[in-house]
Design a protein around this ligand. Structure first.
Ligand SMILES: N[C@@H](CCC[C@H](N)C(=O)O)C(=O)O
Length: 277
């Protein structure tokens, strides 16, 4: 069968976006892995699937799959691309969009300048929320990785994140510690790993080694997790500009049970069709 898709990107975190409101298809894990391949397929960090909502209060259901085919709970850059996509495809004319994800409901606003603001929900620090194998809920947890003693913040943004403070993201051992932390046995559902360099109370640099996709040029939930962990540790104050390799995100958080608000760009790259076997 022939499947229409749109390639999109948010700060270089790239997506294949599929409308399953007007098309019918089922993509199996091995098909997703093949489509994600940058040489043999279309190439993307995540596949985003737009479906009709199951809850009548919501506008859409939005499902997210990593390049390895695993379905995940949340994707911040993807959420912004999803909002631009449903408006560009004329699936809605609303500027305020309510969407179901596997990690819970999200609200998104398309701004006049085309950027998208997303209510990402409140961060959860309790180890059980990720899950992370620890008894106490504390700002930093000791962790032995690859013969090294590390101190990591753990945060759920619907999906699991570990945040490691580094002196310089350019020299941080992302290729070595990223996969070792992603697969660490104390994170039974694996984890996304953020390497955070604090520049000032309102500015950080961040690289993220993503669960199921490897290092990406930007990670929206990773930016929210790093800011929440940094504020909790007393290193940062809202608002915070997060400099990622693909560009900047603005993150606000009033603390406690308040939602993190993420604002950033989302761009269409091209439209295409692919034959599914
Ligand atoms: N790129 C994303 C996060 C995608 C999901 C993540 N890899 C996971 O497995 O949880 C973002 O922008 O948040």
């Amino acid at each position: 069968m022939l499947l229409h898709f749109t390639k999109m990107q948010g700060l270089g975190n790239d997506f294949m976006v599929v409308d399953l409101v007007t098309q019918r298809a089922h993509l199996a894990d091995d098909q997703i892995r093949q489509l994600a391949d940058r040489r043999f397929g279309i190439g993307f960090d995540q596949l985003l699937v737009v479906e009709p909502p199951r809850d009548p209060e919501m506008d859409f259901r939005y499902r997210i799959y990593n390049a390895d085919g695993s379905e995940v709970e949340n994707c911040g850059n993807g959420a912004r691309c999803f909002a631009r996509f449903v408006r560009d495809q004329r699936l809605t004319h609303k500027r305020e969009i309510h969407v179901e994800t596997a990690g819970g409901p999200l609200t998104l606003w398309v701004e006049d300048d085309g950027r998208v603001r997303v209510d990402m929900g409140a961060p959860r620090f309790a180890p059980g929320a990720l899950p992370f194998d620890a008894v106490e809920d504390r700002p930093l947890h000791p962790l032995e990785v690859d013969g090294e003693h590390l101190e990591v913040g753990v945060v759920s943004m619907g999906n699991p994140h570990a945040v490691l403070r580094v002196d310089d993201v350019d020299t941080a051992p992302v290729e070595r510690l990223g996969p070792a932390l992603e697969a660490h046995p104390r994170f039974p559902r694996r984890v996304n790993v953020g390497f955070m360099q604090v520049i000032s109370a309102h500015e950080i640099r961040l690289r993220v080694y993503e669960r199921g996709s490897g290092e990406t040029l930007a990670c929206g939930t990773g930016a929210c997790a790093a800011v929440a962990s940094g504020i909790r540790q007393g290193l940062l104050e809202s608002p915070v500009t997060v400099h990622l390799r693909g560009g900047d995100l603005d993150i606000e958080w009033a603390g406690g049970d308040a939602s993190l608000i993420m604002t950033g760009p989302a761009e269409r790259v091209f439209d295409g069709r692919v034959v599914l076997n």
